[in-house]
Design a protein around this ligand. Structure first.
Ligand code: ADP
Ligand code: GLC
Length: 497
């Protein structure tokens, strides 16, 4: 091992946090985790903490980081190939450590799946290595001079780090695991325990075993010193059988260490007054300019520019979680209101086909774009009248917050972070100035349709709509308050270490 690398940027008075993640915008993104991984470490740095990010060196990540410098090398061990730790200068405003292991990360396709949509068959090793290196950097065995007091893990991909640290010798950082989505757990065959360099005795119900399999997420939930999830309502929901995905009993048992902290949004990146990606910039007092964005969106998507119909939009992974099958079911009634629908997303092949057919059959009224397009996501937020998120469950959700900031009232199901961030439009909430969207409860297409009809009615009444837009735009969804809550947890963990 090379000698410890001195770190000129280190300040002994700052609390040191290593934020280990499997995606980080804008370098690599499949969903909200990437947004959080870019913004939260920056927000806690703004509070004076020394947070740094650890990210795998996937092919597209390294392609965007030409000036990496090697900090350390790790020899091959267990079934892991040798790897390197790189320091990468970026514009993120947060020091970035990249784990370079070409055998595991240098390939086409996505971070978790092949281009055809199946999981990489060596994901246990790919994220086992990320977890192992995160743990190494947080232990007495780190090759770096800079050692975190807190290791902040995210999702199953870094869940195993707490297990490695549990068995590491010497001083170690405290660990925090954030659950962004309990539906993804990282479950593998038990034979991999040895391949991952874990002691055999960790494979027990008190350890990493989960119904006879090895679970990365369970390992994290079992061994992390504290757990957070991304909204207060979701923190409560996951302690029950309906949304606990088999882990509710463990989560309920750890409820004193489980905190629900709402995600924030990057209010610089998502700001209609300065957004360079949209046709016409606007603010709450220049809402008339939003009409130009609607026309630009309609033209771009080939929709009729008829002004008399509301334009509903979706930007989403197309999966069962997101409830978009209900939207497909009610699409004929929605278009008959009359209204338009613009969808950007990708995922489930059957859902993709359904929305493509809808657009083909109603080219003036419905548009479907399959793929991932950050620019179009901004153009849609600015140009749509209302935004749809009919999720079956939603740990936090980012787009309902982006939508409110863009004067595009969201229509959401009352679950997880959606319930915590959108105020339903009623006579009472309009009167007290809190109404900011439409919230429905029953998990059904009929309940979604009723909410869509309510929204269309409010849209036709211009004054009500403007009130909803202004209320949403006035809300503060920035990271500051939540970053302070994370900082308080970090401080407590570091103190009790
Ligand atoms: P999840 O992480 O479950 O997918 P979130 O609402 O937390 O849901 O975050 C999704 C993020 O990914 C948002 O920033 C959203 O704009 C973005 N996104 C999702 N699908 C697409 C897409 N097809 N093109 C561009 N951005 C997308
Ligand atoms: C997950 C959740 C989403 C949340 C995001 C960021 O992907 O599905 O609700 O907003 O993580 O925490």
């Amino acid at each position: 091992m090379p000698p410890a690398t001195p770190d000129p940027a280190a300040n002994p008075d700052q609390l040191r946090v290593l934020f280990a993640t499997s995606e980080c915008a804008p370098l690599i993104k499949t969903g909200g985790l990437a947004d959080v991984s870019a913004a939260l470490p920056a927000a806690v740095r703004a509070l004076g903490l020394d947070a740094r990010i650890l990210l795998p060196g996937y092919r597209p990540v390294l392609a965007q980081l030409p000036d990496c410098r090697e900090l350390a090398r790790f020899a091959a061990s267990a079934a892991f190939p040798g790897s390197r730790l790189l320091h990468a200068p970026t514009a993120l405003g947060v020091p970035l450590l990249v784990l370079d292991c070409p055998e595991l990360y240098d390939r086409p396709g996505g971070p978790y799946q092949t281009a055809a949509g199946s999981d990489w068959s060596d994901n246990a090793l790919r994220f086992g290595l990320l977890s192992r290196v995160a743990a190494r950097l947080a232990s007495a065995d780190s090759p770096l001079d800079w050692q975190p007091q807190v290791l902040h893990c995210n999702e199953w991909q870094t869940g195993l780090a707490s297990a490695y640290l549990r068995y590491a010798a010497g001083a170690r950082a405290a660990t925090l695991l954030t659950i962004h989505n309990l539906a993804f757990q990282g479950i593998f065959e038990p034979e991999l325990v040895a391949a991952l360099g874990l002691p055999r005795d960790c494979f027990s119900p008190d350890g990493v075993e989960y119904y006879g399999k090895l679970s990365f997420l369970k390992a994290g939930l079992q061994f992390a010193d504290a757990i957070t999830t991304v909204s207060p309502t979701y923190a409560h929901e996951i302690q029950g059988a309906a949304l606990g995905f088999g882990l509710h009993e463990l989560l309920a048992a750890r409820k004193d260490s489980l905190h629900g902290i709402l995600n924030g949004i990057d209010t610089d990146l998502w700001n209609p007054a300065t957004d360079p990606l949209i046709a016409c910039r606007y603010a709450a007092d220049t809402l008339a300019a939003k009409a130009a964005n609607k026309r630009a969106l309609q033209r771009r998507l080939g929709l009729a520019t008829a002004p008399e119909a509301p334009l509903f939009a979706v930007v989403s992974r197309l999966t069962e979680q997101k409830g978009v099958d209900w939207l497909l079911a009610i699409a004929p009634q929605l278009l008959a209101l009359p209204a338009q629908l613009a969808l950007l997303g990708g995922g489930d092949a059957q859902l993709e086909r359904g929305f493509l057919a809808l657009a083909q059959n109603h080219p003036q009224q419905a548009s479907t774009t399959i793929g991932f397009d950050e620019t179009l996501a901004h153009v849609i937020e600015a140009g749509a009248d209302a935004f749809l998120m009919p999720s079956r469950f939603e740990p936090c959700g980012m787009n309902q917050m982006y939508s409110q900031r863009y004067g595009t009232p969201p229509i959401v199901r009352a679950t997880g972070g959606l319930a915590d961030t959108v105020v339903d439009c009623t006579a009472a909430t309009l009167a007290d100035g809190s109404a900011s969207g439409f919230v429905f409860h029953a998990p059904s297409a009929a309940a979604l349709l009723a909410a869509v009809e309510r929204a269309a009615g409010a849209w036709r009444d211009g004054a009500t709509w403007r009130a909803l837009q202004r209320n949403g735009m006035a809300r503060d969804f920035g990271w500051d308050a939540s970053a302070r809550r994370y900082a308080a947890i970090y401080a407590r963990l570091a103190k009790n270490r």
